[in-house]
Design a binder for this molecule. Structure first.
Ligand SMILES: [Zn+2]
Ligand SMILES: [Zn+2]
Length: 424
């Protein structure tokens, strides 16, 4: 009886907390995939951070390839100018002052170089308590089976060199294990998400499904070279997400993946193709703190966006409803599609064949019933009522407003919520 009572009190407390949050959740806007001069980007790290500060983001993770913003790194002016333009250092000095910028050698000579600031050095220049936070990250940039296997480690504490593996799946697993070991040893949460599976069409839906330790995959990436939409011969990133989630739930009894939207920005001077500001995550979190934000991403308490802002998204496990509230912009209309797969799905698949009739290493062809539209709604509030036949359902909101810097044909602003309804 006592136990029952305690259970009831806990339940009431939980309901109250949920109700409070439902009224006024705090959503933190952040980009967790960014490149700087520390690897192959074309801007100084604090200039990039300032770009995001100026546009109202709350957090940023610089995720350079196989390097942390740590140690002594000097960049010759010629390299900086070749990537970022002749005025790249002048713009840096204009923004942060001559005293801040560390150079050596005489301007105009081959020795003229600039020292990159470490994250610990420049953090205080851009961070503001409860307004803007830098989260340490690394793009673990591995290769296997002739293609790139890139994974972003958000809130990483120490560098992890790519571990490698004989297959894509092994490489993913090995890097996930290395990150898990570090998280355990340091006591810090780390999110390791799989980047751009369609970059070089290197990672298939079947690969992603089978590595069940992985819980996050990019479903939109602002780099125009990573084949977000796939092509006639390859599934899109969003299709890969649904196929992998369906395989996991039907065949592996494993949890689905959460979908991540990122910039993967490299170019910051108004030219170049891989620009910032195209996609981000909105994390429901009261504290602007690296561990808290990372933990919320681990819990799937976030959505991804390329322009649409949600007031709230709630899955009510008791009523079996998924509700999305949109923060409207004036003169803009919204359509919400509820996308999912039914339990009755036929998971048989055919490999795609090359010219010689040999199966290619790419996502197979599946039934259109995977990731199909189960409901749709116009307006700023949309609710899906589960019938009990669904494996999972997620919402995609598409705006009537064109994306401000599209990478896909006729691209509109969108928001993607996480798959729900799969736990029970
Ligand atoms: Zn990458
Ligand atoms: Zn990248």
């Amino acid at each position: 009886m006592l136990l029952k009572k305690i259970g009831l009190i806990v339940a009431i407390a939980f309901v109250c907390t949920s109700a409070l949050r439902a009224e006024d959740p705090r959503w933190l806007k952040g980009n967790i995939h960014t490149h700087s001069f520390w690897s192959d980007g074309n801007q100084f790290p604090e200039m990039i951070a300032q770009w995001y500060v100026d546009r109202g983001y709350q957090f940023l993770a610089l995720s350079d390839h196989n390097i942390l913003s740590k140690g002594d790194k000097w960049m010759p002016y010629a390299t900086l100018a070749k990537r970022g333009g002749e005025d790249v250092v002048a713009k840096y000095i204009a923004a942060f002052g001559k005293d801040w910028v560390t150079t050596r050698g005489k301007p105009g000579t081959a020795d003229y170089s600039v020292r990159l600031k470490t994250l610990e050095e420049f953090r205080s220049k851009v961070e503001t308590t409860d307004k803007f936070l830098m989260i340490q990250s690394e793009e673990i940039s591995d290769r296997s089976q002739g293609g790139p296997v890139h994974m972003n480690a958000t809130n990483i504490q120490e560098l992890i060199p790519p571990v490698g593996g004989a297959t894509v799946r092994e490489a993913m697993t090995n890097n996930l294990r290395a990150v898990a070991e570090q998280a355990k040893r340091t006591g810090k949460p780390i999110v390791l998400h799989l980047n751009h599976p369609n970059f070089g069409y290197a990672v298939t839906a079947e690969d992603i499904a089978s590595v069940v330790m992985e819980r996050y995959v990019e479903i939109y990436n602002g780099h125009p070279g990573v084949n977000v939409g796939g092509d006639d011969e390859h599934a899109s990133m969003e299709e890969i997400w649904d196929i992998a989630n369906t395989i996991r739930l039907v065949q592996l009894g494993a949890a689905p993946l959460f979908g991540v939207g990122t910039d993967d920005s490299h170019h910051y001077h108004g030219r170049g193709s891989s620009r910032p500001g195209r996609s981000w995550v909105m994390v429901r979190c009261d504290d602007l703190d690296a561990d808290a934000v990372t933990t919320k991403i681990q819990e799937g308490d976030f959505y991804s966006s390329s322009g649409v802002t949600l007031r709230d998204v709630q899955y009510d496990a008791k009523k079996k409803t998924l509700t999305v509230g949109i923060k409207p912009q004036s003169g803009v209309t919204y359509k919400t599609l509820f996308i999912g797969t039914l339990k009755s799905v036929d998971l048989s698949a055919k490999p795609r064949l090359d010219k010689n009739g040999k199966p290619r290493r790419t996502t197979h062809i599946y039934s259109k019933d995977i990731g199909k539209v189960l409901g749709e709604s116009e307006g700023v509030d949309a609710t899906y009522e589960f019938t009990g036949d669904e494996l999972y359902v997620r919402a995609v909101v598409t705006s009537s407003k064109a994306h401000s810097d599209p990478t896909l044909p006729n691209q509109a602003e969108q928001a993607w919520t996480q798959p729900v309804g799969w736990k029970n």
